[in-house]
Write a protein that binds this ligand. Structure first.
Ligand code: MN
Length: 386
């Protein structure tokens, strides 16, 4: 039986990973971790009986320990907390695969440690590759570890490439829904509210990534993620707007042929593909009906209105620590927006300001990446008076 550890088990990707485990009944979950959602963690512990559980927040870990006694299970899991606890969950000896389902740069250290201990990675934590791809990818190769993409676009590209060598790629066609504000102008975006930005037309996702989709920061991060995963230049990745999210991405080869992967927007498909690769497993629910669909439309992105995309491409091309500056500024700005401390357009303003202010470090070490993150957070507080 395959054994996995899930980092971020109470979030959108984490709960859907557990759905796949529940349907198939042939994967054993040995590790679970979450930031603070003790209620849901308790239910997951009761159902999956892991060996080890990490609650990132120490106060919440204490609460979980106190409430464990109420569960009727054979053996209580060990409970750990903080970054050290998260790393224990990432390197747990019995797991052969780690699902990195958490959001943000917090994933860098646990992912690196999981790779060093030889675990395959089902990667949903794109921020880790964006900021530390130059460390992660060679490390994975050195340790003979597979990085299996969970992001729907990257899973699509991975599926299109099956059996093809990367040097036959002409370009990657990364599709984007365009988010809830597709077709809007900058003037329209001035008075966007939090509720407006949280309404994604096709995908049901966590809050941070939903905001990132609306600003197209998400697509920018995905361009960088694809660059690292598939070893292609950013200039060879073209973003194509496809509003219904039916085509999950495409690859154009040297002979002009294009392979595309299609399906209804359902994150369980890429999760299942990563968990069981190269096998395909049954997933219940509707499948694509071309008689109903009738047409698929395409458009080009609008980088002047959606500066999240143009700034990401600038960060990716400058390289070094610039993607970290871009990403950290976005993480902080989105959390300020989610707490209704700043307006919508201020998100990309903050990113641009930080990219202009903070000098780039070439080929940054892990410590330098984490230092840059802190520096960006401090500079935003300073310049915005928080
Ligand atoms: Mn995606």
């Amino acid at each position: 039986m395959k054994k996995i550890s899930i980092l971020g088990s109470t979030g959108s990707i984490g709960t859907q990973t557990l759905d796949i485990v529940r349907i198939n009944k042939d994967i054993k979950v040995v590790g679970l971790s979450a930031n603070s959602n003790v209620d849901l963690l308790l239910k997951q512990i009761e159902e999956f009986e892991p060996e080890l559980v990490c609650v990132f927040r120490e106060d919440k870990a204490c609460e979980l320990k106190e409430r464990l006694g109420s569960l009727k299970i054979g053996k209580y899991p060990e409970v750990v907390s903080g970054m050290e606890g998260l790393i224990s969950c990432a390197v747990i000896p019995s797991a052969e695969m780690v699902v990195t389902a958490f959001v943000g740069m917090i994933g860098i250290r646990p992912t690196i440690e999981a790779i060093k201990s030889g675990k395959d990675i089902a990667l949903a934590n794109k921020e880790t590759l964006v900021t530390a791809g130059h460390i992660i990818m060679p490390l994975a190769k050195e340790n003979n570890v597979r990085i299996l993409p969970v992001d729907s676009e990257h899973s699509a590209i991975f599926q299109c490439l099956n059996g093809e060598s990367v040097n036959k790629i002409e370009k990657i066609l990364l599709t984007a829904s365009g988010g809830p504000f597709r077709g809007k102008t900058l003037a329209d975006l001035k008075n966007v509210t939090l509720a407006d930005a949280l309404k994604h037309p096709n995908w049901s996702m966590g809050k941070k990534i939903t905001i990132d989709s609306s600003t197209m920061v998400n697509k920018g991060l995905e361009v960088m993620e694809a660059g690292w995963l598939f070893g292609v230049e950013l200039d060879d990745i073209q973003v194509v707007i496809q509003p219904k999210s039916i085509i999950h991405s495409m690859v154009q080869f040297k002979d002009g042929c294009v392979m595309a992967q299609l399906g209804l927007p359902d994150m369980r498909a890429p999760i299942s593909y990563a968990l069981y690769y190269p096998e395909r497993r049954y997933i219940d629910g509707r499948s694509l009906d071309f008689w109903d669909l009738k047409s698929i439309e395409f458009d080009r992105p609008d980088p002047d209105t959606f500066k999240g995309l143009s700034l990401a491409l600038r960060a990716g091309k400058e390289g070094g620590s610039m993607p970290t500056v871009f990403n950290a500024a976005n993480e902080k700005a989105v959390s300020l927006f989610l707490n209704e401390k700043i307006g919508y357009l201020t998100i990309t303003e903050i990113i641009e300001e930080m990219m202009d202010k903070i000098p780039v470090i070439k080929n940054p070490s892990l410590d330098e990446i984490l230092e840059t993150e802190k520096e960006v957070y401090a500079k935003i507080d300073e310049s915005r008076g928080f």
